[in-house]
Ligand binder design. Sequence first.
Ligand code: ADP
Length: 236
Amino acid sequence: MSEEKRHDGRKPNDLRPIEIKLGVNKNADGSCLLTWGKNVVLATVHGPKQMFPKHLSNPSKAVIDYKYRMACISTPERKSPVPGKRDKEISLVSGNALESAIMVEQFPNTVIEINTLIFTADAGTRVAALTAASLAAADAGLPMKGLISSVAGGRSNKQLVLDLDKQEEDAPDAVDLACAMLMPQKEIALLQMDGFVDIKETKEILKNTVKGIETVYDMQKKALIEKYPLEGEINE
Ligand code: ADP
C-alpha cells in the first residue's frame, strides 16, 4: 500500500481526533457528545419505558427505537429536516446493531429510545453516531453484553485509508466500508459498503477497519472508566 500522506496530514491508517463527553444532556437517562474530526454528534438514551401504542411492544424484549438524524445546519447546504430514505435505513441498521449489545430481553414490553443528531457532518457520521449511542446506553446504566464500536475504512485516490472524511469520500474511486462490532467479542454488528472493489482490497480494508475499531473501543472504555471509576469492570 502506498504510504502517501493524506490531504489533512494523516497516515493511511490514522483516525481523525476523537473526543468523548458523557452525561451532557440532563433530560436523558444517558447521553454522549462525540466529536470525531469535524463530525459533531449528540446521542441520547431514554428508557426503558412503557411502549405506546402498546400493540407495538414485544412481550419478550425491549424494542430499540433508534433515530439517526442530520440537523439542518449539519451540511454546507441547508439539509431538509424531513428524514429521508437514507436516515431511515441508517436508523434501522444501527438500531439492529445496538440491539445485539443491550440485554433487551430483561425489559419486555418496553421501548428504549435512542436519538442521534448530527450537528456537523464530514463523512463517517453513521459510525460516529453508533459509537456515541453505545456510550450513551452505557451512560444510562443499561445492562450490556459489550460496547458497539464502529469505524469506516475504504479507498480514496488509489490509496487504502481508514476513516475517510468528506473530501476523501468524494474521490471518483472512493470506497467506503462502514463496520460496527460488538466488543470485546469482535462480532460484526453492522457492515455496509459503497463503491466498487475486488475481494483482495475488501479483505485489506476490513482488516484495517477492525484495527480502527479496536482503537475506538479503547477510547470508549477510557471515557467510561474516567466517568465511572468505581462502578465495576468493563470486559477486556
Ligand atoms: P456517512 O456520513 O456515514 O459517511 P454517507 O456516506 O451517506 O454517510 O454521507 C457522507 C457525507 O455526505 C455525510 O457525512 C455528509 O457530510 C454528506 N451528506 C450525506 N447526506 C447528505 C444530505 N442529505 N445532504 C447533504 N450532505 C449529505
